[in-house]
Design a protein. Structure first.
Ligand SMILES: NC(=O)c1ccc[n+]([C@@H]2O[C@H](COP(=O)([O-])OP(=O)(O)OC[C@H]3O[C@@H](n4cnc5c(N)ncnc54)[C@H](O)[C@@H]3O)[C@@H](O)[C@H]2O)c1
Length: 319
């Protein structure tokens, strides 16, 4: 297998690059390094382009032919919800434009296998605690919309020219497979809490009156190494199955509340801290966990790491 990984120098992509390398696969990374780190990809070839630029398709075709690429994993995208609300055109240009160029190049190069990074943000505010892939998606921000449209583009390419695609809807990704691959952004709960307690501040908790066991929001935290392994399972599935396209949730199926995450952080770090309790934020569903039946039954994948593993690996990677 020769795999082209877009966004391979990013947080999740670099974990997948590492697993592919360990398995002996050929890897070529396409990344503009806008949020990536070249050291994360080891000796993998790097093609440094903006996927959404006008010249990208031509370069991608050349790269796929040169490296005899047989499959693509597409991570490269902008991913900050707040920024997507402030700059929607930029998010559509980058995330949709980049995928359109990639699919065009794959079609031209006869590369017909794609694993696409989607997100639980496609669901919006579902009214059920355990979300299956079949519920109606109603994303509530431009970021989630770009992911849902991306899934439609994969489906349309499957119909039009025989692409075989797997859309992976990630839930809350955290942790690190090794220190140099850690998430450097302070945008998710775990890194935000780490940053607060390192500077001696109380981490903010938004909403303590939700209809959950302890009143705080519940989310499904999946270890980045488990998530990376799901991509290899998806690639193998596309290799052996000739289905057109399928969408899979990637989570543990178990939710953890914000207070549970904070308590695990206290235990792991040994730092005693209090939370700064704030009112609810608009747009936060009370409880969101993945129904993982489909990925378990179809790909034979399930998460093997728990919240403790996530927090310990994340803390060790950033200490
Ligand atoms: N991190 C999460 O919790 C999470 C959750 C759900 C979905 N996702 C999706 O997973 C994917 C990877 O996320 P991540 O957390 O590793 O993000 P990341 O920002 O660490 O990685 C994205 C990589 O893509 C590159 N990139 C971005 N735009 C590009 C472009 N136009 N051309 C070329 N390269 C470009 C960046 O330089 C970066 O290396 C994204 O598609 C994201 O939307 C992430």
């Amino acid at each position: 297998m020769s795999v082209l990984v877009t966004g391979g120098a990013g947080y999740i992509g670099s974990h997948v690059v590492r697993l592919l390398q360990n398995r002996g696969e050929k890897v070529v990374v396409v990344d503009n390094l806008s949020n990536g780190v070249q050291q994360r990809i080891g000796d993998a070839a790097l093609v440094q382009i903006d996927l959404a630029s006008e010249s990208a398709t031509k370069t991608l075709v050349e790269t796929m032919l040169e490296h005899k690429v047989t499959a693509v994993i597409h991570f490269a995208a902008l991913k900050q919800v707040g920024e997507s609300v402030a700059r929607p055109e930029w998010y559509f240009q980058q995330n949709i434009g980049g995928l359109a160029n990639l699919l065009t190049a794959m079609h031209e190069s006869n590369v017909d296998r794609l694993v696409f990074s989607s997100s639980a943000a496609t669901y919006g505010m579902p009214d059920v605690p355990s979300v299956s892939e079949d519920i109606v998606c109603e994303p509530i921000n431009p970021y989630g919309q770009t992911k849902l449209i991306g899934e439609w583009m994969v489906a349309n390419a499957a119909t039009a020219w025989g692409l075989r695609g797997a859309n992976l809807r990630y839930f809350n990704v955290a942790g690190a497979g090794s220190p140099e691959l850690a998430d450097t952004a302070v945008a998710n709960l775990v890194p935000i809490v780490f940053a607060a307690i390192r500077s001696g501040q109380s981490p903010k908790v938004f909403g303590t009156d939700y209809p959950t066991a302890d009143g705080t929001c519940v989310r499904d935290y999946v270890h980045v190494t488990d998530l990376a392994e799901a991509h290899l399972s998806a690639l193998d599935y596309l290799d052996r199955e000739h289905r057109s396209h399928t969408t899979f949730n990637v989570g543990t199926g178990q939710g953890s509340s914000v207070f549970e995450v904070l308590e695990q952080i206290r235990q792991t770090t040994g730092i005693k801290f209090e939370a700064d309790l704030q009112p609810r934020r608009p747009g936060d569903p009370p409880s969101l966990a993945a129904d993982v039946t489909r990925i378990r039954e179809t790909l034979g994948w399930s998460a093997s790491r728990n919240l403790k593993d996530i927090i310990e690996s994340a803390w060790a990677a950033t200490s």
